[in-house]
Design a protein around this ligand. Structure first.
Ligand code: C2E
Ligand code: MG
Ligand code: MG
Ligand code: MG
Length: 283
């Protein structure tokens, strides 16, 4: 009954807040079951190599096929899982699913492309987690260069020594290592001197909307710098064909974005790279 909007907006805010907490608890409560029931589904988004105009890799992106709510995107459940620690188990699950899939590709005689998986910062709490990745990988006997680990700047920000040790371990096994979302947050160019990753993934913030002349010079500069440091480049979140042509001229190695393909199911991805249903046929 208060005439001031402030009261109303406070009620509105606390309702939203309550909804958010209810949903968070709901997700937390269902996680263990969801992992057991294998409700998490790994999608693949193609990475296009500009030089050869072909799909030269993919990123594994997880979705939750909640039996009650349907497909849930990572933005909704990953922050919750990072708070309750389940993200660590989910990352191992995704990694093993990818190893299993690569083994299937190899066994069917298809030529596999490298696949990257994302690593949450929650792993920093378990210093020996790369050993666990190594054990899973050994079980499937996959060439190490088919696997890529994506680390984010947030990891860098929190503990640079721990991050460098993780990169060392990744390289010892032989996996490729990329820096995700570069240029999105509090990234500093300075950190690039300490972080010997193989690939830089330019954040989609660079490509949101029409890219300005000034924006183009920044992107060209980052790509040149990557080359000088011996790193490959992937432009993320590219939605417009004009941007692809600009990136080609700037010698960006790969493009990953809706302009070519959204993340798709593994079956759809196999159709894209191996042709119709060839991955499922009997050897
Ligand atoms: P990311 O690793 O930066 O992945 C790229 C995100 O950008 C994906 O969102 C992808 O669908 C989206 N994207 C790709 N191209 C375009 C485009 O052209 N336009 C727009 N608007 N978006 C595009 P998604 O699948 O919702 O994943 C969001 C984030 O969730 C990922 O960002 C990653 O940080 C995290 N994530 C996903 N799967 C996993 C996982 O298995 N483990 C961990 N730890 N994190 C994951
Ligand atoms: Mg990523
Ligand atoms: Mg990214
Ligand atoms: Mg991200």
């Amino acid at each position: 009954k208060d005439s001031s909007g402030r009261f109303v907006s406070r009620v509105f805010y606390s309702d939203l807040e309550r909804l958010r907490m209810v949903r968070e608890k709901e997700i937390s409560d269902k996680m263990e079951q969801a992992l057991k029931n294998r409700e998490f589904v790994v999608y693949l988004q193609p990475k296009y190599e500009l030089e050869h105009d072909s799909i030269a890799g993919a990123e594994a992106l997880v979705r939750w096929d909640d039996p009650e709510k349907g497909m849930v995107f990572p933005g909704e459940f990953i922050p919750v899982l990072e708070r309750n620690g389940y993200i660590v188990e989910l990352d191992f699950y995704v990694f093993e699913e990818i190893c299993r899939m690569l083994r299937r590709w190899i066994d069917s005689g298809e030529k596999p492309v490298p696949v990257s998986v994302n690593l949450s910062r929650a792993h920093l709490k378990h210093p020996d987690f790369m050993e666990r990745f190594r054990r899973v990988w050994e079980k499937y006997n996959i060439p190490a260069d088919l696997l890529e680990i994506e680390l984010t700047e947030t990891l860098v920000f929190e503990n640079i020594e721990a991050l460098i040790s993780i990169i060392d371990q990744i390289h010892q096994i032989g996996f490729t290592c990329s820096l995700d979302d570069f240029g999105s947050g509090y990234s500093s160019l300075n950190m690039l001197k300490d972080v010997p990753v193989d690939v830089l993934k330019l954040d989609r913030a660079f490509f949101r909307g029409e890219i300005s002349e000034r924006g183009k010079r920044v992107v060209e500069g980052v790509i040149d710098l990557s080359k000088k440091l011996g790193m490959g480049t992937v432009a993320e979140g590219v939605e417009h064909i004009g941007q692809v042509e600009f990136l080609r001229k700037a010698h960006c190695d790969m493009v990953q974005g809706f302009v070519f393909s959204k993340p798709v199911s593994t079956a759809e991805f196999e159709k894209l790279i191996f042709g119709r249903e060839s991955a499922d046929k009997e050897p």
